[in-house]
Structures are given as structure tokens and as C-alpha cells.
Design a protein. Structure first.
Length: 98
């Protein structure tokens, strides 16, 4: 059973790293949207591209409220929920199986 436990633990850790990376990119993208123009900053193009993995599907359901786009805030809440619920559940399950 230790193989299944290690598999669940590895999945949980990779998912957690992805969630933290996405959270960081979403926050940086939101901050840079106030500061730099898009075409002058190649780092911003990368950060925006990574953050769109989560933001693009949300923007289909959540329209902007006037000039304010609340999808980054909702994406942060969803990713935080997934980290607390899904990742920790997988880790606890891996510990219990072992």
C-alpha cells in the first residue's frame, strides 16, 4: 500500500506546486496590469499566458463589472479552496493508507 500512498502524495505535491505557481502568476499579472503596457514587457506576456489557463474559463461565466475585472479575485479564491480541500485531502489520505 505504500506505493499507492506515495503516488497520492506525489500527485498532491505536484498539484500544490501548480496551484501556488498559478496564484503567483495571477497576482503578478493583476499588479502588472496597472503598471506596464503589454507589448513592452516580455515577462508580462509570460505571466499573462500562464494566468490565462485559469482566468480564461472563468471569464466566460463572470463578466467584468464596468471597468473592473473580478475574475482574478475569484480565481484566487477557487485555487485557495482547491489547495485547502483537495491537496490536503490527498495528503491525509496518503498518510492514512501508509
Amino acid at each position: 500500500m505504500f506505493v499507492l500512498s506515495n503516488l497520492l502524495l506525489a500527485i498532491a505535491k505536484v498539484l500544490q506546486i501548480f496551484i501556488y505557481f498559478e496564484l503567483t502568476c495571477i497576482i503578478i499579472s493583476a499588479l502588472l496590469s496597472w503598471v506596464t503596457p503589454y507589448h513592452y514587457f516580455p515577462f508580462r506576456q509570460f505571466v499573462d499566458g500562464v494566468s490565462l489557463i485559469v482566468l480564461r474559463p472563468l471569464r466566460k461565466f463572470i463578466p467584468p463589472i464596468g471597468p473592473i475585472d473580478i475574475t482574478p479575485m475569484i480565481a484566487i479564491l477557487i485555487l485557495t479552496f482547491l489547495d485547502i480541500f483537495l491537496v490536503r485531502t490527498l495528503i491525509d489520505l496518503a498518510v492514512m493508507i501508509r
